[in-house]
Design a protein around this ligand. Structure first.
Ligand SMILES: [Zn+2]
Length: 366
């Protein structure tokens, strides 16, 4: 199943994808670019000095958009795809068609998820270029190849059982250190970090990095106010509500709070900004999309608070928050999302968390 490129064609949309829950805005809220999405391994010009390419993914979510930014001496790319042969084939085609004219000078990674960081080490090794990312993304990536991943794996079963998952073994495997390693081409060497609000000159203008947390710690968007462009990574997607998870090993105690405040930060950008998302079709209507996503989470929060009038564990909430039976990765994403809402309500003083006999129960305060 694919994420629908035609925003009107949402009937076939899966309820939950690899990146979150299908959640399109109402028709005509967003103005999608009319150009066709580039085929795998091709790139098309979308703004002066900026090209759009797609790297296929072997997932429900069948592609990631990557952005090629012209510089004086070549180009830089934003994001890379999963370590899969179809992704490598697409890059080899881009290399023949585009890097032969405009040599690749750097790889920029928006965040830790394998569809974004997956081929960074492979591109680095193949072409000999620096890889840059936020310091927090680097720390997490390092942890995934080190001892941290092992300790999360051993804590995962207890974590899921405590939140009411009966078949915790099934989703514990999501934490298997080998799983992340298999989806990525290794740990790239990183000698330079990009910090929040740092300005970088790439091609036609200055880009400002904006750290936007919630979907992933240390996630970076890149804004070019002069050209009215925003490379939004997974922070703002046109037809998916990005997964926001509270999970084993989370450094952020309130990821939904971080996500909603990051959205408000992006809402201050110019209204006619062209949003370049990591999945789906570029669009204008950033404020409308932010308002729709925010409204969706506020509704979910009210629903969760109403349900927890009777004490609940996170697992009890899934049939009310999601519209279909969930298993494997989808169950893993959904339980994380339910917990992100519950922990938000705990931070807001609307819900109390209690641990009773190894079960974490949430109760709405009067
Ligand atoms: Zn992501």
């Amino acid at each position: 199943m694919n994420v629908p490129d035609d925003p009107a064609n949402t009937a076939a949309a899966p309820t939950v994808t690899a990146e979150g829950e299908a959640f399109p805005s109402a028709p005509r809220r967003l103005q999608f670019v009319e150009m066709a999405a580039p085929e795998a391994g091709k790139s098309v010009s979308i703004a002066p000095g900026l090209r759009w390419a797609r790297i296929p993914l072997p997932l429900d979510l069948n592609h990631i958009n990557v952005w090629l930014l012209e510089t004086d001496d070549g180009c830089v790319v934003i994001d890379t795809g999963l370590a899969a042969s179809i992704g490598k084939d697409a890059w080899e085609s881009i290399e023949r068609e585009y890097f032969s004219q405009r040599p690749l000078r750097a790889v920029v990674v928006t965040h830790i998820h394998p569809d974004h960081i997956g081929l960074a080490a492979w591109l680095q090794e193949r072409i000999g270029v620096p890889v840059v990312m936020s310091r927090r993304t680097y720390e997490q990536a390092n942890g995934m190849w080190g001892g941290e991943a092992k300790s999360h794996f051993s804590a995962a079963e207890e974590f899921f059982v405590s939140h009411g998952v009966t078949d915790a073994m099934q989703i514990r495997s999501m934490f298997r250190p080998e799983r992340f390693a298999r989806m990525t081409s290794g740990m790239p060497r990183v000698e330079q970090f990009i910090a929040d609000e740092q300005t970088v000159r790439w091609g036609e203008g200055e880009w400002t990095a904006l750290e936007t947390n919630g979907h992933a710690e240390g996630h970076l968007c890149f804004s070019n106010p002069a050209q009215r462009l925003l490379i939004s990574g997974d922070q703002v997607l046109p037809t998916i509500s990005s997964n926001i998870s509270f999970m084993v090993g989370n450094g952020d105690p309130n990821p939904l709070g971080s996500y909603l405040s990051s959205l408000q930060r992006l809402r201050a950008l110019p209204e006619d900004t062209l949003v370049l998302p990591a999945h789906g079709v570029p669009f204008r209507g950033l404020r409308q999309r932010i308002d729709d996503l925010t409204g969706h989470h506020l509704e979910q929060l009210d629903k969760v608070a109403a349900l927890c009038v009777e004490p609940k564990v996170a697992m009890d909430l899934l049939p009310f928050m999601f519209r279909r039976q969930l298993k494997d990765m989808h169950l893993f994403l959904a339980i994380g999302e339910a917990l992100a809402h519950l922990e938000y309500l705990v931070h807001a003083g609307r819900v109390r968390r209690e641990v009773r006999a190894g079960r974490v129960t949430y109760i709405t305060l009067e």
